[in-house]
Structures are given as C-alpha cells and as structure tokens.
Design a protein around this ligand. Structure first.
Ligand code: LIP
Length: 264
C-alpha cells in the first residue's frame, strides 16, 4: 500500500502543478468583470471552475473508482471506498486581487482517514505533499514543524473566514488574547498554505472555523506527517467531516484550545 501511495502522491503532484500553471497563466489576463460572488465576499470565477475541470479529468484517469468532493461541485461521491477532496484555487480572494498566496489542494480520503495530500503554491513553485506514514515534503525536501517554539515565541495564524457574522466575535477575542502574548499574529488568505506554513516550521499554529473540507484536508495530513497536531475546536482528532480546525506545532496546541474556550 505504501509504495502505491508514494507513486500516487507523485502523480497527484504533477496534476496539482498542471492546474497551478493554468492559474498562473490565466492571472496575466484576469480582470474583475470575470468574478462572480457566491456569498458576501466569497468569490469564484471561470478560473476556479476550469482548474477544477483539469484536476477532475486527470484524477479520474489515475483512479477511476474514486469519488469526488470538490469546492465548485463539478463532481460528486456516493458510496465509493475512496474519494478526492479538491480545492482548485484556495486563496481566491488573493487571486482576484492579484495578491499571494494561492494554491491547488488535492487530498485522497476514506471514511476514517486521509491517505495523501498535495498543496501546490504556484507563485513560489512550492509543492507540499505527504502520504500516510511517509513523512512530509516540500519540493522533495523533508519538512518538520518547529516544536521548540512555546507560545511566547509562536507565530500564529488567526484567519478570518467569509462568514463574518458568526465568526467576528471569536476572531476579535482570539486576536485580543494573543496580541502581545504570542510571538506574533498573521493571516494570509489561504487556509491550506497557512497549515503548510506550520508544517514547514515557519508558523507555529493556526485557527479557523466555517471553512470547507477542501480548504484544509490536503494540508492536514501534510502537517500531521510533519510532526504537527490537527484537531477540531473541541480538541478532537477526528476532524475530517467538520468545518473548524486548530493546527499546530504540537507544543502550543493546548494554548490554542484554551484560548478557544475563552471565546465561548
Ligand atoms: C478560503 C480560504 C481562506 C479562508 C476562507 C476560504 P477559497 O478558501 O482558504 O483562508 O479564510 O474561509 O475558505 O474560497 O479561497 O478556496
């Protein structure tokens, strides 16, 4: 199984790079009149949809029996044993503003676990990937969290989801709690790249709710394989079907969960 997963992961990296190259080339001609709004401040364009079409077609050829859960909903899953979880463009708001980062995210999961994940950040040509039991990598180099950082040294991502009405109070309390207490606070507009930043030891923790499985699934296994910890807001490690994620270098995980208790 591991040899198979390793080969499959390399094939998925190629698919993600292909979609990433498409995103980069389309950005040269992108203009605001091509944007549609899904909900308030939640954008989509033909670029997200075409990137998804490219990915779905390639993955169908690689694993014909697998189903799909995709952000733009162009393919579905029923009772398949395995299914792909795809965000064809994570960081859409960054993309439409000509800002970075943005990424292609592809994970393969079953009912109980994530088997592999690939996050390709096209602007820096950074391909993060992992498969179960195989370690985590950035462009073929092994990556690991920085578990030496305690909370007062920790660089934390406190991201702001589209759902401002439900999250505003939580976000303000988290920022109020960590500002001046943690080493620093950032937000970058891509859940997947943020979690990979933790996996690569650049950031030490990250929190967000009201996100899709496609936003975090691929990055979550990359972080786990890099020695980090991923749970939901209650600290439960079975987070796969939820919309709330706490990701960390392990060391600061309890600090993040404790801070979330203060928001209730
Ligand atoms: C977005 C992100 C962003 C997060 C949003 C959203 P999209 O994904 O990753 O960081 O704050 O809630 O999920 O829409 O760009 O794929």
């Amino acid at each position: 199984m591991n040899n198979h997963l390793q080969t499959l992961t390399q094939q998925v990296c190629e698919v993600a790079r292909k979609a990433g190259a498409y995103l980069l080339s389309e950005r040269k001609n992108f203009s605001e009149d091509k944007i549609e709004q899904k909900h308030a401040h939640d954008y989509v364009s033909y670029v997200d949809k075409s990137s998804e079409d490219i990915i779905v077609a390639e993955l169908r050829a690689i694993l014909p029996d697998a189903g799909f859960l995709t952000e733009e909903g162009s393919a579905t899953h029923n009772d398949e044993q395995y299914w792909w979880v795809i965000d064809p463009l994570d960081g859409t708001t960054n993309y439409v503003h000509g800002f970075n980062p943005f990424a292609v995210c592809i994970a393969l999961r079953n009912k109980t676990e994530i088997l592999l994940g690939v996050v390709y950040e096209a602007t820096l040509d950074e391909c993060f990937y992992a498969y179960k039991g195989g370690g985590a990598y950035l462009n073929s180099q092994p990556i690991h969290v920085n578990s030496a950082h305690a909370i007062d040294q920790a660089l934390l991502g406190i991201e702001l989801p589209y759902d401002s009405s439900r999250y505003k109070d939580i976000a303000l309390k988290l920022i109020g709690h960590f500002f001046g207490y943690a080493g620093g606070i950032r937000m970058n507009g891509s859940a997947a790249v943020a979690i990979c930043n933790v996996a690569a030891g650049r950031w030490d923790g990250w929190i967000e709710r009201y996100i899709g499985q496609w936003d975090y699934m691929a990055a979550a296994i990359i972080l786990q394989e890099a020695g980090g910890k991923v749970t939901n807001f209650d600290g439960d490690e079975f987070f796969l079907n939820g919309d709330d994620i706490v990701a960390s270098n392990s060391t600061v995980h309890q600090d993040l969960l404790d801070a979330l208790k203060l928001t209730r």
